[in-house]
Design a protein around this ligand. Structure first.
Ligand SMILES: [Zn+2]
Length: 424
């Protein structure tokens, strides 16, 4: 039995950015088995989803998240830079136990899915306990246990357990990466060890880079001429590394960055909220693999990738002093296939093509902000919001149907978050 999405307008995000105004998508198991004209692909025993008034896009890819910090939403507004750079600790976080955080992951993943996100790159401590919750939600994820050695030796035991449990093969719905925390909280020796293990295991490395000035100052005190020089010296300046933020780089570093192929997780809302700063997106886009990320609830606070894309485009235009910079199609790619590429998943997800995994979002065309449809890609970037997310599939499984979770109750999860998330 197959699922057939019938008669939808499809933004394929294939190499030619093809738009199909009225098409069928046939899903067999986890995979997109066929694309064809409307009404051409359904057989009698298939499950049909009428998409004749809907817009179908690839699932949105969120390349930088900390799902288990969902309780921190609204706990730190309008703070000075020093508040954050002192270790990103939340006053009041001690009132939550590890069990609270582990429990909250299900709700966090539900929120991602309800917002049209089908894939996340998630990292935090205790990932051995967090990852099962991510896995159970049905979302696609690469997970990494955060490593630091500023005060105690790095916890390789847990990191290795996560790698052992999930492997590093991106074709598995959940797979593991290596996640050194940042350039200042990890020594050069630890960063080198991460590079070595990444090469050995084929894992990607996820790290916060140049997120604040004290971090760059610390790297300079270790004898490196900035964040990029530190990545180069420790063997992490490779296409297997995903650097989150990269906002405190010099012009020379931005110029040199594309040479190394390091992907960037661009988190505009988080960067603007906690540093009032962002990277020169228009200068880097097209030369560097860039995906978009929400980062955590404390610094964003919405887990809304459509808002993220809109912010990236508009602030990017302002920074470039050019309203033609970061055109709509480029932003659609950043939201989907480029994010997938950053995670090593572009062969598998990020576009709607035969043979790829069925990671899809169906947007309700009967929301007023979805009309008229002069330019569906522009609607996606500049007018749609998560309330238009109707159906979401990951690996061919319907996880959201008619705006509701198929595997849990949103109100019950919200109740749990309100209760367990209340500061005591
Ligand atoms: Zn982060």
């Amino acid at each position: 039995m197959a699922i057939v999405l019938t008669g939808g307008a499809v933004l394929t995000v294939n190499a030619a950015n093809e738009f199909l105004p009225s098409a069928d998508i046939r899903i067999e198991g986890e995979v997109i088995a066929a694309l064809g004209p409307a009404g051409s692909l359904a057989r009698p025993s298939d499950t049909l989803l009428d998409c004749s008034e809907a817009l179908i896009t690839p699932g949105l890819v969120n390349v930088h998240t900390h799902a288990a910090t969902a309780f921190y939403r609204g706990m730190a507004e309008d703070q000075p830079r020093e508040f954050w750079s002192a270790g990103y600790a939340m006053p009041g976080q001690e009132s939550f136990t590890v069990e609270d955080h582990v429990l909250s992951v299900r709700a966090a993943c539900a929120e991602f899915l309800l917002n049209g996100v089908t894939c996340i790159a998630d990292r935090l401590g205790n990932m051995d306990r967090i990852a099962p919750g991510i896995e159970a939600s049905g979302i696609r994820a690469v997970v990494g246990h955060s490593l630091v050695d500023a005060r105690a030796p790095a916890d390789w035991k847990t990191a290795d357990a996560v790698i052992e449990r999930y492997g590093t093969d991106p074709s598995c719905r959940i797979f593991a990466g290596i996640a050194p925390h940042a350039l200042d909280t990890c020594s050069d020796a630890l960063l080198r060890e991460c590079a070595r293990r990444a090469e050995k295991t084929g894992a990607r490395v996820f790290i916060h880079v140049a997120q604040n000035e004290p971090e760059v100052a610390a790297v300079r005190r270790r004898g490196h001429d900035g964040a990029l020089a530190c990545l180069i010296a420790t063997g992490l300046a490779t296409p297997s590394t995903v650097a989150a933020h990269a906002i405190y780089l010099s012009d020379a570093e931005f110029d040199a960055w594309p040479t190394y192929g390091i992907a960037i997780a661009h988190c505009p809302a988080s960067n603007l909220k906690i540093e009032a700063r962002t990277l020169p997106l228009a200068c880097l886009a097209g030369r560097v693999t860039i995906g978009l990320g929400t980062d955590w609830t404390a610094s964003n606070n919405a887990m809304d990738m459509l808002a993220e894309a809109r912010l990236a485009a508009l602030v990017g235009k302002m920074r470039a002093d050019d309203p033609q910079a970061l055109p709509v199609q480029q932003m659609v790619r950043m939201l989907t296939i480029d994010g997938a590429r950053a995670l090593g998943l572009d062969g598998l997800t990020g576009s709607i093509e035969v043979g790829k995994r069925a990671d899809l979002v169906v947007f309700d065309g009967n929301k007023l902000e979805a009309t008229p449809v002069h330019d569906p890609a522009a609607n996606l970037i500049y007018s749609l919001n998560p309330r238009a997310v109707r159906d979401v599939l990951v690996d061919g499984a319907l996880l959201v149907r008619n705006g509701k979770l198929t595997w849990d109750d949103e109100a019950a999860l919200a109740r749990q978050q309100r209760t367990r998330g209340a500061r005591r």
